[in-house]
Design a protein around this ligand. Structure first.
Ligand SMILES: Nc1ncnc2c1ncn2[C@@H]1O[C@H](COP(=O)(O)OP(=O)(O)OP(=O)(O)O)[C@@H](O)[C@H]1O
Ligand SMILES: [Mg+2]
Length: 604
């Protein structure tokens, strides 16, 4: 066999490396802006076009580069920020790998204009395929302007995987928001397709928070400050009532770097104790500074993750700092008993109150007196085999046709949760919540399909302040949300008004529910934008079911027998009455044969 192993060419090597560093337009923004910060700029402007797919341009007023440095900077492993491996253990800049520009120039068309204080003329480079194709002196202000055009033009697979423009803009805006919070002494401006999305003039932290998040949040901020030897925590947290459904408002910075760190977020949540429900997260701006040699920032290609040399020390400092701040504002905080609270919630995990039936099992008189039959009734296999004709379409249609004119005699409701009724098919056990949810869901889906959702105009529209990334997103899907029955009006800078809601949700909504709705839309923006346009409701099924579920009768709600009968009749009139939108059974049928079997009558 001939020699097979070859050395890859420089462009290919850099393209492969770029795969790790540059995922999407927001990564380009991140790398360029971090370079501008490292270059001691105090004014940074970011221009993007088409969500950054067409253009990402960052202009700074930092120290700039001399011509030779500029040409050198686009190579791999070229940096001015570290000299050797020892420096890796004490990193004072955001960059250190000498990789970002090399990666960017290998996957986009790039132009650099840069000038230092000392030189009279600046340098203008045009780079194609990773190589400088034009190098001219130019007059320019002190600082650097780097324009990155047509990202992934030469990596079609990557380009294809980029998300919709609103999603990419959201990632970029969120990133710039973090940088603006991390560096309040730098002024940031973000412009998308000539529209100003975010302006954060330099000032103190609270003025940055006001500029980005609005006055309401700024006013709710409680200072946090604690020091232990060289570990220092500062920033602001907010009272528990400002909690959100999404984690997006946990802003954590370690030595000036926005990070996601489980130790820190767990410590924060523990600091809040039971004052915040387990499925919610506080709004927090937390800055943690420690000696650079006690934190490893080199554990992830995009430097988002970090590791501490003493996780326990960090945890206890942050937990107590949060608790003390809350307590000094007059709150009494109770500790949580569960170690790992705050598992991320999924759309499908909409809470339904668990009936007490299972909990009380041990004290049930049945369990001691007649354990055998009790177990039979609760046996899973039998339930599926015998009681649920769900999969059996023949039975399904049969029941449905009887459904219209069937006689249903509601015998009662147990635990204010399960309706018991007698019908021709046997004894029905119906979960009132699952049933009502299913009815509301089907109604709502049908209305959406016909584009005629019945809406409830709110007597008092709910106004919500959004951060710039959310605002852009919601604005971009405003029209799609009409289809769901939500009428949203843009109201001043970063503020929206919810004017109407789908009738299935009732006649009014609380402020916190309104915020949750925004979070739900945010989490599913690309589905809402793309799939609703294609009328592919399957993908947005979970969202629909959340809204449909809001006003449904819950387990534990007391309803009349007449209402129970109506619910059963309406349910049985549906095409698939036996499963709720979340896939749980709505009705369990104990047919005569089975009841006889339970009483051992079939062996007579
Ligand atoms: N906006 C800028 N102003 C001044 N110098 C810059 C600017 N951008 C890049 N440079 C110079 O180019 C070098 C290479 O930048 P690059 O982003 O590729 O690497 P890095 O920042 O050193 O490390 P990392 O890959 O971790 O970002 C930098 O070390 C810096 O000297
Ligand atoms: Mg860099």
């Amino acid at each position: 066999m001939n020699k097979q192993v070859i050395k890859l060419d420089k462009l290919t090597i850099n393209k492969i490396a770029a795969g790790e560093v540059i995922e999407r337009p927001a990564s380009v923004v991140k790398e360029l802006v971090e370079n501008s910060i490292d270059a001691q700029s105090n004014k940074i402007t970011i221009n993007i076009q088409e969500g950054g797919k067409k253009l990402v341009e960052v202009i700074d007023n930092g120290i700039g580069m001399v011509s030779d440095d500029a040409k050198m900077s686009i190579n791999r492993y070229t940096t001015s920020k570290i000299k050797d491996a020892d420096d890796l253990f004490s990193i004072h800049s955001l960059g250190f790998r000498g990789e970002a520009l090399a990666s960017i120039v290998s996957v986009a068309q790039v132009e650099i204009i840069t000038k230092t204080e000392e030189t009279e003329l600046g340098t203008h480079l045009i780079i194609e395929g990773g190589e400088v194709v034009s190098d001219k002196p130019t007059s320019a202000p002190k600082g650097t302007r780097i324009s990155v055009k047509n990202l992934f033009f030469n990596v079609p697979v990557r380009r294809k995987f980029l998300k919709t423009i609103p999603t990419e803009v959201n990632h970029i805006t969120e990133y710039v928001t973090k940088l603006a919070l991390a560096y309040p002494n730098i002024s940031f401006t973000l412009i998308h397709d000539s529209k100003n999305i975010l302006t954060a003039p330099k000032g103190d932290l609270i003025s940055q928070i006001t500029a980005i998040f609005g006055e309401n949040i700024a006013k709710a901020c409680l200072p946090i400050s604690k020091k232990e030897n060289e570990y220092v925590v500062t920033g602001f947290i907010t009272k528990p009532e400002f909690s959100r459904k999404s984690k997006d408002y946990l802003y954590i910075f370690v030595n000036g770097r926005a990070v996601a760190n489980k130790t820190m977020s767990d410590a924060i949540l523990r600091g809040y104790g039971t004052s915040i429900p387990q499925t919610r997260y506080p709004i927090i701006f937390l800055y943690f500074n420690l000696p650079p040699d006690e934190v490893d920032v080199n554990v992830h290609p995009t430097k988002k993750e970090i590791r501490f040399s003493s996780e326990a020390k960090v945890y206890s400092l942050i937990e107590s700092a949060v608790r003390e701040s809350l307590e000094s504002s007059g709150l009494k905080i109770f500790e949580t008993v569960i170690e790992t609270r705050h598992k991320p919630t999924t759309l499908t995990s909409v809470e339904t109150k668990k009936p007490e039936f299972t909990k009380r099992e041990t004290s049930s008189p049945l369990s001691s007196r007649d354990k055998a039959s009790y177990t039979i009734i609760r046996s899973k296999e039998q339930r599926i085999d015998k009681f649920l004709p769900m999969k059996d379409t023949a039975v399904d249609t049969e029941i449905k046709s009887i459904g219209e004119k069937r006689s249903i005699r509601v015998l009662g409701i147990i635990k204010d949760t399960y309706i018991i009724a007698e019908t021709q098919e046997g004894l029905f056990l119906c979960d009132q919540h699952a049933a009502h949810e299913k009815i509301n869901y089907e109604k709502y889906v049908n209305q959406i399909k016909k584009n005629s959702v019945s809406v409830q105009q709110l007597l008092a529209p709910v106004s919500i302040n959004l951060k710039p990334s959310e605002f852009e997103m919601i604005e971009s899907i405003k029209e799609n949300l009409r289809l769901f029955g939500f009428e949203i009006e843009i109201f001043g800078k970063n503020e929206i008004l919810i004017r109407s809601i789908p009738s299935v949700m009732g006649v009014s909504i609380e402020f916190n529910t309104a915020k949750d709705i925004i979070d739900i839309f945010k989490e599913n923006i690309s589905e809402i934008k793309e799939k609703v346009e294609l009328e592919d409701l399957e993908v947005v099924k979970d969202i629909i079911s959340i809204f449909a579920c809001r006003r449904s009768i819950k387990a534990g709600d007391r309803i009349t027998l007449e209402r129970a009968e109506l619910i059963l009749k309406e349910l049985l009139g549906l095409a698939e009455p036996f499963t709720c939108p979340h896939g749980r059974p709505t009705i369990i049928i104990l047919n005569e044969e089975y009841i006889e079997e339970l009483f051992k009558r079939d062996y007579r």
